[in-house]
Design a protein around this ligand. Structure first.
Ligand code: NAD
Ligand code: MG
Length: 395
């Protein structure tokens, strides 16, 4: 199988290449992309010898070409958004790992869908922004979408093998999406005002990129995942329930009409869903240690507290509103998280800024990519203005 890895230098990208390296007879890397971590990408190019590497700027491209030239690697170096789209749709590529973070990942992920690739979808923001457009393009081109997000991968594994998007026909009552609750599940509410970026990115169970780590702390990550589950499994909002499960051993569950509840369990390590999707329908070794149930001991479950995690309700609200709301939610969240990481917005201001942005942007339909990108732009400019004008309080 021939592979493009979008976002190779990130947390998911590195885990993907770790699995790929365990099966050299099975996978061939055709293209790798990274934004600014030129040294990491150069090392990956030396190891995997891709035909193409893509970076974010001309300067980074020059640096990478220099590093590769010095070590005799003949990878062609490209840069910019068009190059990302190009390597996602190369005719010789079978599989595209979509692991760029945020809205920047949408155009290349959509290009992979239009080219009918097997898409390993980690970039949940693409689906949150453009769910309807993305799913219809993927269907039209015969692309195979395999979820990498651990919850959605677990749901996929727990669904009927021939599931076609009809929950009633599959005998499915609801989807139970598990959440760790993040680092502040038990922090006293009044202490949340003091949270720093360093505390927010230190997740108890998972090692991830900075943006998704903050999303996990606010539980916006779970909100985005509710929307992601809606599109992947054609599940209405009321049939997706979030369950806090602090051990992160059960990665999600499917509740059937006959009373059966099927789940996927494993150590919290993204190489499991990555290996699952790379080899599907086969199973391959991933490097993940076997699950030791005796060491785990207990599995606990809690209902999420809406006062602690207002972002979760905002995401349900956006999903129910349809149209541009989820794209606006996602854009406002990206602005809010970036501002929090730069210490321009307090932790508790994240939800407030997103809510104010949702209130301010008028509803609109999202028939095509142009409309999606316009909703994203509106969400970003509105959130940025509100942040500048009100410090994120929206008042
Ligand atoms: P990360 O920050 O570690 O890596 C992001 C990657 O995207 C890097 O390769 C970076 O170079 C690239 N990138 C960033 N900005 C870019 C831009 N403007 N243009 C092109 N490339 C750009 O993030 P991550 O944790 O690996 O997450 C990647 C995606 O996977 C996210 O959408 C996240 O929600 C999703 N995801 C991650 C995990 C996890 O465990 N890390 C789990 C589930 C889902
Ligand atoms: Mg997840």
């Amino acid at each position: 199988m021939k592979l493009t890895v979008l976002g190779a230098t990130g947390s998911i990208g590195v885990s993907t290449l770790d699995v790929v390296a365990r099966h050299p007879e099975r996978f061939e890397v055709v293209a790798l992309t990274g934004h600014s971590q030129v040294e990491v990408l150069a090392a990956q190019c030396r190891q995997f010898r891709p035909a193409y590497a893509v970076v974010g700027s001309a300067t980074a491209a020059q640096q990478l070409a220099g590093l590769l030239g010095d070590s005799g690697v003949r990878t062609e170096v490209l840069h910019g958004a068009d190059a990302l789209v190009a390597v996602a749709g190369l005719p010789e590529v079978d599989v595209v790992m979509a692991a760029i973070v945020g809205a920047a990942g949408l155009p290349p992920t959509l290009a992979a869908a239009r080219a009918g690739k097997r898409i390993l979808l980690a970039n949940k923001e693409a689906l949150v922004m453009a769910g309807a457009v993305f799913m219809s393009e993927a269907r039209r081109a015969g692309a195979l979408l395999l979820p990498i997000d651990s919850e959605h991968n677990a749901i996929f594994q727990s669904m009927p093998y021939d599931y076609s998007g009809d929950m009633a026909r599959g005998g499915i009552r609801r989807i139970l999406l598990t959440a760790s609750g993040g680092p502040f599940r038990t922090t006293p509410l009044d202490a949340l005002t003091q949270i720093t970026p360093e505390q927010a990115v230190a997740h108890p169970n998972w090692v991830m990129g900075r943006k998704i780590s903050v999303d996990s702390a606010t539980m916006m990550n779970k909100g985005l995942e509710v929307i992601e589950a809606h599109w992947l499994f054609n599940a209405p909002a009321e049939k997706i329930e979030v369950v806090i499960h602090p051990q992160s051993v059960i990665h999600s569950l499917v509740d059937y009409e006959d009373g059966s509840v099927l789940a996927q369990l494993g150590n919290p390590d993204m190489r499991t869903p990555i290996a699952h999707a790379l080899a599907w329908p086969q199973r391959i070794e991933s490097g993940v240690a076997p699950l030791d149930l005796f060491a785990v001991g207990q599995l606990n479950f809690e209902r999420p507290d809406p006062a602690r995690f207002p972002c979760l309700d905002l995401a349900y609200r956006a999903l129910r509103a349809e149209g541009n709301a989820a794209a606006v939610l996602n854009a406002a969240n990206e602005v809010a998280v970036a501002a929090f990481l730069e210490r321009r917005l307090p932790f508790l201001g994240i939800a407030g800024l997103i809510a104010a942005t949702l209130d301010a942007v008028p509803a609109a339909a999202l028939p095509d990519l142009a409309a999606v990108l316009e909703a994203d732009r509106q969400g970003r400019t509105t959130a940025t203005e509100l942040l500048a004008r009100t410090g994120g309080t929206g008042r």
